[in-house]
Design a protein around this ligand. Structure first.
Ligand SMILES: Cc1cc2nc3c(=O)[nH]c(=O)nc-3n(C[C@H](O)[C@H](O)[C@H](O)COP(=O)(O)OP(=O)(O)OC[C@H]3O[C@@H](n4cnc5c(N)ncnc54)[C@H](O)[C@@H]3O)c2cc1C
Length: 361
């Protein structure tokens, strides 16, 4: 247990946690360094000793007013948790919406849910300066579209992105190249620029999820055993564990549009799902994207109870290359949240080409 640093190719010096050091050499080296929370370069922010997710998960007091910097999944999960513990919570987001990678309807629904719980969100808001100390009293000066404002709070949580743990550990000396953002450059087999050195997980720029880091490991393991796997064609599901959760696999509408893919879109409010009615878990909706040129499922997003489980059904169907109509016709057990999938996929509009033909006829 210690902190490793390259001192020459394939040679590491390890500063041991218990004191002292060791030098290790190996024929093959696997870098699995992870990332840490980015602290934006804002006047007074570091001096205010803000919380990151690490400290926020270990607090032994309740913040009176927690100000969360960043409206991504780490910020939203912890904002909702602290609001439910009883803190006042304000989220500051520089962009025009929460969850920048999601479609606007998804972000708006999540905002509505958080709003109902009394969480305040400021959009298009830039943090200019911080005074005071987190855990006691802080004042944030922010620039909003309606002018500069001051926000008083007791604690700051920084959830504004991640920085790879690749600095100051001799990667250059080891011949391991980084990209412009400090992530390790790898090919699809996760090989770095140095012979017999691999990188896996977040430090290799892979999607930032535990299951993907584990899949990176499996790719390297299988290839060392003679396999031919790569990271290229991976389907990456994920779930944000708010209540209700948000889960997605495959393309969003925005991503399809940016890639020039014509997709048919079906939506279903969770209120229309019988299990959601039975359990009174009516918040959210499901959305599916289906290819217009064939009947393949291109993407699925859900905000709603058990979204992380329901997404696995669609993920499996996508891996199997099933037509959406298989899910529309499937007899899912009643009353389960997955039952909503047959309602959802029954709503997929006919292909644009078919519609034109039937109009002509
Ligand atoms: C608040 C939060 C919630 C999350 N929730 C989810 C979730 O619900 N589901 C999900 O899939 N993902 C979630 N993630 C993301 C997930 O935690 C990461 O994607 C995953 O841990 C990345 O794994 P990794 O192997 O790349 O790195 P890590 O798990 O970060 O492991 C890297 C390890 O390397 C050590 N290390 C770094 N440098 C050195 C060095 N020089 N010498 C020795 N050791 C070193 C680090 O201390 C660390 O222990 C969450 C992340 C955060 C921050």
């Amino acid at each position: 247990m210690g902190s490793g640093r390259f001192v020459a190719p394939k040679t590491l010096e390890v500063k041991l946690n218990d004191g002292g050091s060791r030098v290790l050499t190996a024929g093959r080296i696997f870098l699995n360094l992870g990332t840490h929370a980015a602290i934006p370069n804002v006047l007074g922010l570091t001096a205010a000793q803000p919380l990151t997710h690490v400290e926020a998960l270990e607090l032994d007091y309740l913040p009176r007013h927690l100000i969360v910097i960043g409206g991504g999944y780490v910020g939203l999960e912890l904002a909702q948790a602290y609001r439910r513990f009883g803190s006042d919570v304000t989220i500051i987001e520089t962009g025009p919406q929460l969850l920048a990678r999601e479609d606007i309807d998804v972000s708006q629904e999540m905002r509505r849910i958080l709003d109902e719980e009394g969480i305040q969100v400021l959009f298009k808001t830039e943090l200019l300066q911080v005074t005071g100390r987190s855990g006691d009293r802080v004042t944030l000066t922010v620039r909003t579209p309606s002018g500069d404002q001051q926000i008083d709070g007791s604690d700051i949580l920084v959830a504004a992105g991640r920085v790879p743990n690749t600095a100051g550990i001799g990667l250059k000396e080891a011949g391991v190249e980084l990209d412009g953002r400090g992530y390790i450059r790898v090919n699809a087999r996760l090989e770095t620029s140095a012979p017999d050195v691999w990188a896996i997980g977040e430090c290799a720029g892979s999607p930032q999820f535990t299951h993907i880091s584990e899949d990176d490991f499996r790719i390297v393991r299988d290839n060392l055993a003679g396999g031919h796997r790569g990271t290229g064609d991976r389907l990456v599901p994920y779930c944000m564990f708010t209540d209700p959760p948000l889960a997605r696999v495959g393309l969003s509408e925005g991503e399809a549009e940016r890639q020039g893919i014509i997709a048919r879109v079906a939506r279903l409010p969770m209120d229309a799902v019988l299990a959601a009615q039975a359990n009174d878990q009516r918040q959210g909706f499901m959305k599916a994207l289906v290819s217009d040129s064939d009947d393949r499922i291109l993407g699925f997003t859900m905000i709603g109870a058990a979204a992380g489980e329901v997404v696995a059904v669609v993920h499996t169907a996508m891996l199997a290359g099933l037509s959406y109509s298989k899910l529309a016709d499937a007899d899912f057990a009643h009353p389960t949240m997955a039952e909503g999938l047959s309602f959802l996929f029954s709503r997929v509009p006919p292909r644009a080409v078919q519609q034109t033909r039937s109009k002509v006829a």
